[in-house]
Design a protein around this ligand. Structure first.
Ligand code: PLP
Length: 424
């Protein structure tokens, strides 16, 4: 375990996190373990042994440049959902040939960028096909494309993170595929190289991946039968992690065992994990501002909030919370909340913890995925710093946002209308 308690102090690899917190001026902050990242990638690589396969890390889960460089060095490709993520992946050194550009609303300028760099693009809708074809014609460049299929499979997850159900906004229904194939026959610059699907996120029951593999394998065979030379099958991401610490984490091995043997053997499999690569490799470290009671309710108020980590407020998500140092006040049932002016601002509810002193350090576990990436400066809570531990070494991999950073975009005002010439 890269994060563990020793003598009631939290360690990240070889580092006492309380020492780090005391040495830093800023709180809260995100803290990542390089060893855990490496272990998570190795688990996928091991599970994929013997298959022709690619790990295409979903940048949306955590786009820190240093972490991306580390993942690239470990052999990952990159799954992108915006033009700016494409720029970021280029900065991190990913080869365009190892990128996939996803999304149900890709803008024309983003498609032009993808075409310019030769990135594989997912077709998500009729208009998306038209826009990609136009971008290819404008650049007079061929583009490899995947058709994103809406598989109509319902994983047992929060509705906000289910993406492959029949009424979700993503992908193309299987019965519409003939229309797309017909259009593609008339688009010589668009080369259909495979199919894609993504079921959703936080999936624990890997049987849905088996269902998806069977469906997508059959569709691949059918599309090949129409004369298309499909080489890839992209099964998306979505593997859950053990937020509840119940010891029931579905492993990449379980995922791959569910799909192995159910796909045409000559395909290259692409998987797009995000959460299961970075989720348990990162934690959020906060400080206690104070403890208060309202009626029968007890609150620990911390400097971390829904602006720092929105998953509890947005999805009712559970994150395990503990102290990073010895705390021996009277145990109570606490809600752990932040300073943001919303009743939805909580990190955890009904947790039995000892009553802490002001300044005590708290850890919110499994915050590496969709933590910093979904943070905001709501209430002008400034986005936190990020640190990476690698053995005994700690590196600041992003400084905390400052008030000046936030104000910069408002520092110059320009009158847009009426235009200068029409004003006089
Ligand atoms: C198309 C696609 N691929 C991969 C992912 C990564 O999912 P996860 O972080 O659950 O592995 C997402 C996230 O929702 C996605 O939309």
């Amino acid at each position: 375990m890269s994060f563990h308690h020793r003598d009631n102090y939290l360690y990240c690899e070889g580092i006492n996190v309380k020492d780090l917190q005391d040495a830093m001026q800023d709180s809260p902050f995100y803290l990542y373990s390089a060893a855990q990242l490496r272990a998570n990638v190795a688990a996928y690589a091991d599970a994929l042994t013997g298959l022709s396969a690619r790990i295409s890390y979903a940048v949306k889960a955590n786009g820190n440049l240093t972490l991306l460089k580390l993942l690239r060095a470990l052999g990952c490709g990159a799954t992108l959902v915006s033009g700016n993520e494409l720029r970021l992946a280029l900065l991190a050194g990913f080869a365009p040939a190892d990128m996939v550009f996803n999304g149900n609303g890709k803008r024309r300028d983003e498609l032009a960028l993808a075409v310019q760099h030769g990135v594989t693009v997912n077709i998500d809708s009729e208009f998306d096909l038209a826009h990609i074809a136009q971008a290819a014609r404008d650049a007079n460049k061929p583009v490899d494309v995947l058709l994103r299929v809406n598989p109509d499979i319902q994983p047992d997850v929060h509705p906000y993170v289910a993406t492959g159900m029949r009424d979700s906004k993503f992908g193309i229904r299987a019965e519409r595929l003939p229309w797309f194939l017909e259009r593609l026959r008339h688009e010589p610059l668009l080369h259909l190289v495979g199919l894609h699907c993504h079921l959703g996120s936080t999936i624990k029951d890997v049987r849905v991946f088996r269902d998806a593999a069977i469906l997508m394998g059959d569709l691949t065979t059918a599309v090949r039968g129409q004369g298309f030379d499909l080489r890839y099958l992209n099964l998306g991401g979505g593997l859950g992690i053990d937020y509840e610490r119940a010891g029931k984490t579905p492993t990449p091995h379980a995922l791959l065992d569910a799909v192995r043997g159910r796909l045409p053997g000559d395909l290259t499999l692409i998987v797009e994990p995000g959460r299961s690569i970075v989720g348990n490799a990162g934690v959020l470290i906060c400080r206690v501002i104070g403890v208060k009671r309202n009626g029968d309710k007890h609150f620990i108020v911390t400097d971390g909030s829904m602006a720092t980590l929105i998953r509890p407020s947005l999805y009712g998500a559970y994150h395990h919370i503990d102290f990073i140092e010895p705390v021996d006040g009277e145990p109570r049932t606490f809600d752990i909340v932040g300073p943001v002016c919303e009743s939805a601002d909580f990190l955890g509810k009904a947790r039995i913890l000892p009553t802490p002193h002001e300044g005590a350090g708290l850890v919110v576990y499994d915050a590496g995925a969709y933590g910093y990436a979904m943070s905001s400066s709501y209430n002008l809570q400034l986005r936190p710093a990020e640190y990476l531990v690698d053995g005994e070494r700690v590196t600041q991999i992003r400084r905390a946002e400052t008030f000046d950073d936030v104000m910069l975009a408002q520092s110059t005002l320009s009158v847009i209308m009426p235009r200068a010439e029409s004003a006089d």
